[in-house]
Design a protein around this ligand. Sequence first.
Ligand code: DUC
Ligand code: ZN
Ligand code: ZN
Length: 466
Amino acid sequence: MSLLITGGTVVAPTGAVPADVLIDGETIAAIFAPGRGPEGPDVLDATGKYVIPGGVDVHTHMELPFGGTHASDTFETGTRAAAYGGTTTIVDFAVQRTGEVVADGLAAWHAKAEGNCHVDYGFHMILGGVDDESLKAMDQLVADEGISSFKLFMAYPGVFYSDDGQILRAMQRARDNGAVIMMHAENGIAIDVLVRQALARGETDPIYHGLTRPAALEAEATQRAIQLASVANDCPLYIVHLSASEALAAVAAARDLGRNVFAETCPQYLYLTLEDQLGAPGFEGAKWVCSTPLRSKHESHQRDLWRGLRSNDLAVVSTDHCPFCFKDQKELGLGDFSKIPNGIGGVEHRVDLLYQGVVDGKLSLQRWVETIATTPARMFGLYPRKGIIAPGSDADIVLYDPSGRTRISVETHHMNMDHSAFEGYEIAGKVDTVISRGTILLAGGAYHGRKGHGKFLHRGLSSYLN
Ligand code: DUC
Ligand code: ZN
Ligand code: ZN
């Protein structure tokens, strides 16, 4: 089936131009000057709308077993929420738990996702143990399984933690097989000392989650990861969920030297703060317990993160979508902040929240599209299939209405959460129509998607490296 999108403004990292887009089957067939497209296909009128590539969220955790419970979105509910919010590709994290065989962890993730997704999906692999066997498995995943990125943790001793020697070995392997190392950069050994000391003083409220994970320990780990990647002959390094100015400075310095060092941030760090959310009265702040934590509004973090997005020291905005309900899940940490499951759900709102940055003059239209779709696709081996409106690319397209409005609320969201981290936020724009591989998932407020439409994406190597 052919579909011609007419009258809209196509936005790419290189600019915004009025153009008509012809879809043939699952892919984009051609782009025409306005009014020059063929007669015959069905027409979708995009007058007054931005025509952007479907969002690519490269950091989600559907059904993740974590903190004594499971992330509350399944692949079905989470990818449906993603579709509602204009995200047509996710890359989730398959998990090798410590002591487990990598292939078994991967098989478990395929079993959770297959046949259940509303949008296309790929996997990174979390390595919970670096040893000879898992290093060999890295090569096999890159060569045969379409998995070209591996996440390591400098935090969570006894859970996902890798020591510096393990990190170096995995980086050396990645340097050889072409993979990207993704790093949770927080000094978990030092954090655990601060957590124990806080609890011993009776400091049990959610805000102490943030106060025991100071920016200095994010910066120290970020710097250490950058140095270890340097020792591993400039292994490509991607810092996940960066939240602190000091960590950003370390990334910027490495990038100034031409290093293959990259970072993402997430909407929660751009909008929410330690005082206003994590420090909410009573146990309310538990809703915003995530790691890295929300930072102080009295410091420069948010200003610097927005600036980092403009300068490309921050290349990507992902969500780190890791939802937990307040009732029975966040409540596991009543009386002990260290038992609150870490995570915020936001897969539905990333495209909108970053568009608000455009409205507020903090980001250009082009950088909006680049950080939410094009660069994540390039970074993680999905480009040009995803992340761009171009002939031959998958017809993953969002019509975005700059004259619409979006009010974020638990009453209206589609994520499986009993609260919203962004409750009451108003966006001066709206996801109008969502198309995934030529299939209309959302139009005129009506949802037409279905589970099973989303397919596994066999990713290649990053095309974003120096
Ligand atoms: N790190 C993540 O990337 N996601 C959830 C929790 C965490 O610490
Ligand atoms: Zn992490
Ligand atoms: Zn995460």
